[in-house]
Design a protein around this ligand. Structure first.
Ligand code: DGT
Ligand code: MG
Length: 241
C-alpha cells in the first residue's frame, strides 16, 4: 500500500480562463499526519487548490509534489486510491447505506463496521433508518439531510483508510447540534492522517498545524492559530466579523 509522506505546492499559479489567475504563487507543505487549513473569503481560490491536488487541472506554473514526485508523474489511480474527498455536496449512490460506506461490504467484519460507524457518528442515523445499514438510499440519499450525507462520506473515508484527506467544509446551513457532531467526526477522520481542508467555520481551522489565509488567489498570511491571532492581520479580522 502506498504511504503518503509529504505534499508540497511550490509557487503554484493557475487560471481556469487564460489571463484570469485564481491562484498566484501559492506554496505550502504538509508532512505525513499534518493538517493544512485554507481559509479566506469566497472566491479566494480555496476549492481550486483541492481541484489541483486531485489533478482535475494542472498548474500553469509551479509544481505540486507528493512524496517529492511531481503530481503529473503520478499514476492517477494510485493517487485516487490514496485520497478521500469530503465535499460540500456529497454524492451518494442509490444503494444501501452499507454499500455507500464500504466498497466491499462482505469484507468488513462486524467490529470494523461498529468502529467506523462510531468514529463517524453515524449510529443515530443507522438507528433512525427502517432497515439500518441495509436501508436502500433512494436518489442518492435525497431523504437525508446534508449533515447526514456528510457523516456518511466521513464514514466512507474512514472505511477506505485513505492517506490523504481533502475536505471542503459545507457552507450550507446546518444547526449547531449537527455541526458539533460533524466536527467530532471530522476530528476522528483527520487524526493521524494528512489533510488539506477548506474551512468555512474558523473553529475547524483552529487546531490545524498550518493555516493559510488566501486572498484573491494569494497566500496573504500563514501560520498556526496562535501566530495568526498575534499578528492581528486578516485572520484576526475574520474572527471579529
Ligand atoms: P468559496 O467556496 O465560495 O468560499 O470560494 P473558494 O475560495 O473555494 O473559490 P474557488 O477556488 O472555488 O474559486 C476561485 C475563483 O475561480 C472564483 O473567481 C471562481 C472561479 N472558478 C471556480 N471554479 C471554476 C471553474 O470550474 N471554471 C471557471 N472558469 N472558474 C472557476
Ligand atoms: Mg469553495
Amino acid at each position: 500500500k502506498d504511504r503518503l509522506q509529504s505534499i508540497a505546492l511550490e509557487r503554484v499559479s493557475f487560471a481556469y480562463t487564460p489571463g484570469e489567475p485564481v491562484l498566484r504563487e501559492v506554496s505550502f507543505t504538509a508532512q505525513q499526519g499534518q493538517t493544512v487549513a485554507l481559509v479566506g473569503p469566497t472566491g479566494a481560490g480555496k476549492t481550486s487548490v483541492l481541484n489541483l491536488l486531485q489533478r482535475f487541472y494542472d498548474p500553469d506554473s509551479g509544481r505540486i509534489r507528493i512524496n517529492g514526485v511531481d503530481l503529473r508523474h503520478w499514476d492517477i489511480r494510485r493517487l485516487r486510491g490514496m485520497t478521500a474527498l469530503v465535499t460540500q455536496e456529497p454524492v451518494l449512490f442509490s444503494a444501501t447505506l452499507r454499500e455507500n460506506i464500504f466498497a466491499r461490504p462482505d469484507q468488513a467484519d462486524e467490529a470494523t463496521v461498529t468502529r467506523i460507524l462510531q468514529a463517524a457518528h453515524c449510529e443515530a442515523l443507522v438507528q433512525r433508518l427502517p432497515l439500518g445499514l441495509d436501508t436502500h438510499l433512494e436518489k442518492g440519499g435525497a431523504s437525508l439531510s446534508s449533515g447526514e450525507r456528510q457523516l456518511i462520506t466521513i464514514a466512507r473515508a474512514l472505511a477506505r483508510d485513505a492517506q490523504l484527506i481533502l475536505l471542503d467544509e459545507a457552507t450550507s446551513y446546518i444547526d449547531s447540534q449537527t455541526e458539533a457532531v460533524i466536527h467530532k467526526a471530522l476530528h476522528n477522520l483527520i487524526a493521524g492522517r494528512t489533510c488539506v481542508l477548506v474551512a468555512h467555520r474558523l473553529s475547524t481551522a483552529r487546531s490545524a498545524d498550518r493555516i493559510l489565509v488566501l486572498h484573491q488567489g494569494r497566500v496573504a498570511e500563514a501560520g498556526d492559530h496562535r501566530q495568526l491571532m498575534e499578528r492581528r492581520g486578516l485572520y484576526w479580522r475574520l474572527h471579529r466579523q
